[in-house]
Design a protein around this ligand. Sequence first.
Ligand code: ADP
Ligand code: ZN
Ligand code: MG
Length: 483
Amino acid sequence: MSHYVPVIGLEIHAQLLTKTKIFCSCEVDFGGEQNTRCCPVCIGLPGTLPVLNKQVVKYGVKAALALNCGVGQYTKIDRKNYFYPDLPKAYQISQFDLPICKAGKIKIETDAGEKYIRIHHAHIEEDAGKLIHDQIENTSLADYNRCGVPLLEIVSEPDMSSAEEARAYIEKVAGLLQYADVSLCRMEEGSLRADVNVSLKRPESIQLGTKVEIKNLNSLKAIVRAIDYEIERQGKILDAGDVVVQETRKFNDNRGITQSMRSKENADDYRYFKEPDIIPVVISDDEIEKIKNEMPILIDERVDTYLNEYELGKADVKILVADRAISDFYNEAVVYYPNHKAVANFVVVELLKYINEGELKGDEIPFTAEEFATLVKMTEEEVVNRNNAKAILKLMIDDKKAPQVIAKEQGFLMNSDTSAINEVVIGVVDEFKEEVEGYLAGKDKLFGFLMGQCTKRLAGRANPKTIKGILEEKLNKLRCSLK
Ligand code: ADP
Ligand code: ZN
Ligand code: MG
């Protein structure tokens, strides 16, 4: 298939972080009972009038700034007409020719290196409802809770040429929007969805081939699989001397294939026209400046701080910033204990284990960053050993107690009082006379054995360095007394 170059463009839908819908005051929460968060406006009853949510405009500007796009300072709202049962008004309020985010570009990184992907534009629009096809036989159910949920649709130029690049692009866009506080971008909850456009062309050809659009992909895995499948399918068609039909396809996750849905509509099929119920929005330079000043620290700046100021490893940095909530948590923890590397290591190795296994969510960590920092500090200062620190972390999750309290209750505190250690060392030296003699006769390896016996008896309650010191002292005394 190497005689074709894949050409890929993405349309990403990100749900904006408003509390209420784009044109009414219904709430936008995820989940919950069907058709309980609707009103006459969002289900499009005749005679109702939409009122544009100011926050949506603000998020649009923030998104433009985060995605390195120009801000559409004179931005217009349009009607996109189509009939489908998930859209009770039979038109979607969207934007056509004057979107809120103008062209821009973002940098992605793949194993092959860095690359810029251009963004054509991004516009705000309302989401449609959700159809449920598989609950009752021969019946489709409609849930209109999602109608009117505000979305930002980010349309890329066809600048990607592999599934890997598409994945990197989506991850980058999601990171930028999450860090800008514009969208949660959680694919598993539907707050980020992507339509993928794929075509093939000959390397020497300037003209792009006929594209196929794969709609509504909701996981990175599905996106990668759908693209790879489509590249292969189109390659076979072209190899056979046939032409690719321009159409919309869907991805069948079970079978790992794309299937035709409908032939593709063109813009004129949508009969776009200016939404007569909403006046255009003008965004002044001052307003943009104000939003700029309120912008949180974005992902690239965090990466820079972690790498250059905190001197963390590249791999750890990538993991830390992958989830905004984790990066926030880390930033807070290092305020309490500024040992950047130790805290990063504990987050990446210990905390993320629970998150990756699905036991915890990054934004629902049941202890404070201060408590976490305290635990790392206790470990670094050898107040508890690493193994017990892991056990303490588990108990912080399960019992929601402070690390100092758990350490004390569980007897995990390293004994600073050496009398207990002394006692154990004397006991071991007494019990393992042969090994002690062997050691004194020059078998150095036996020190490790004796040390192990002491550590075992103290069961992580004493600092190994202290044990080692006391054991060495005891053995040296014996050596002297032998002379
Ligand atoms: P349409 O008019 O079908 O909506 P657009 O030109 O608006 O097409 O592009 C929609 C998306 O498809 C964009 O993300 C764009 O990058 C991508 N795209 C356009 N042409 C191609 C092509 N030949 N191959 C792959 N992707 C394409
Ligand atoms: Zn409503
Ligand atoms: Mg288009």
